[in-house]
Design a protein around this ligand. Sequence first.
Ligand SMILES: [Ca+2]
Length: 275
Amino acid sequence: MKKAMGLLMAVALVSAGCAVLNKGSKEEKIVETMVVWSVDLGDGISMEFMPIEPGSFRMGSENGDDDEKPVHQVTITKPFWLAKTEVTQAQWRQVMGSNPSNFKGDTLPVERVSWDDAVEFCRKLTEIEQQAGRLPERYEYTLPTEAQWEYACRAGTTGDYATSTGSGQAGNLDAMAWYRENSGSKTHPVGTKQANAWGLYDMHGNVWEWCLDWYWNYASGNAVDPQGASSGSRRVIRGGVWNFDASYCRSAYRGSGAPSSTFNILGFRPLVLQR
Ligand SMILES: [Ca+2]
């Protein structure tokens, strides 16, 4: 992964639910070693976000569906922290006070949440943390863009599935994901399969995950921090799922859904970054 040398970045040191922003006089540099971002949601429930440094990768796949082409170079210019796991039902309840899920269990991923619901979770979490004085200035919780999601899913790999080490081309899907062949037709507690090389769990399975973007056809050519279409009718869905086969769990696979739709196969994982 490329370092963010030369960029003006915030120094965000976060631990034990307390975010500390050390701002330089004019220049703010990202620390060489970003650390895990932890949020205390109360009642012993927390969320952890893994640090993702800026860098470039090849987005899409030549051996997948048409909408995964053209494979193109994408550069992510800002660091972000992506939730280590899909949002659990306990985490959802702490923030939203409800549990819409079909399969019930505190450590299971929340599902039957719409894109609008997921965005509201992020807005509310941002508000809670701002009011508590725990969120550095201009930081917010939001959904990952599709590009941020695939960049984090691949974690430096270029094959169909990520590996836990980031090397090689053939990750072991069964070791990393709950999908149709091993799920027993249900969701499973988050973080119980192998993480990818950047410490992220269930990127290839368990529940689909809402992304921020309107679904669109990839433009040709290189892209910098792509945001998807400016309008549309469906939002992007990524992240594999317990009731689909392996081809749907690939790093490059793209799904989409109406923002108001809810299914027991669809949850999300937020990120936190500086606007
Ligand atoms: Ca997933």
